[in-house]
Ligand binder design. Structure first.
Ligand code: SME
Length: 160
């Protein structure tokens, strides 16, 4: 499936639309969450050419690095720390237009300029976050938030 990734021409809505269809087909054919996280990270990364795309899983009291695409990243993030820990603690997606303006931002890469973090829910609990970094300012907006929430919603069949 993922080796045949199709990337729509046009704006990001069109790209997300086709990406979402392919993600749904992927998770319908594979029940292992880590394998799905790995392919979803790759599919998002290849579709948009972001700087870093990956998952952190909730393991005990912290976030632990999971499947990702891009440069090396910090392995563990504490509850409430950085953009990822904030999204987990506040139980919401966090869009950061300029990481330098976000107090406590954890700079895994000095080239990262904007970021979005979307919680992954399993039933009533956050079990992971999807984190995407861009080397450009203000890459992410409500369109990204909505589509990425739909995309991670497929992991535990909570999506449409
Ligand atoms: N910037 C994140 C840390 C993870 S890396 O960007 C991959 C944060 O502030 O939580």
């Amino acid at each position: 499936m993922a080796e045949n990734l199709l990337i729509a021409e046009g704006g990001k809505e069109q790209r997300y639309e086709l990406l979402y269809k392919q993600v749904k087909a992927l998770v319908e054919g594979e029940k292992d969450t880590i394998a799905n996280m790995a392919n979803i990270a790759a599919m998002i990364h290849l579709t948009f050419g972001f700087w870093w795309t990956g998952f952190y899983r909730v393991v005990g009291e912290e976030l632990l690095l999971g499947p990702f695409q891009g440069p090396l990243a910090c392995s563990r993030i504490a509850y409430g720390r950085g953009v990822c820990g904030t999204a987990w603690k506040e139980q919401r997606s966090v869009v950061v237009e300029d990481v330098e303006q976000f107090p406590g931002h954890i700079a895994c890469s000095s080239l990262s300029r904007s970021e979005i973090v979307v919680p992954v829910w399993c039933k009533e609990e956050i079990v992971a976050v999807l984190d995407i970094d861009s080397e450009h300012i203000a890459t992410f907006d409500e369109i990204d938030r909505l589509w990425l929430e739909k995309i991670v919603g497929t992991l535990y069949q909570t999506g449409e």
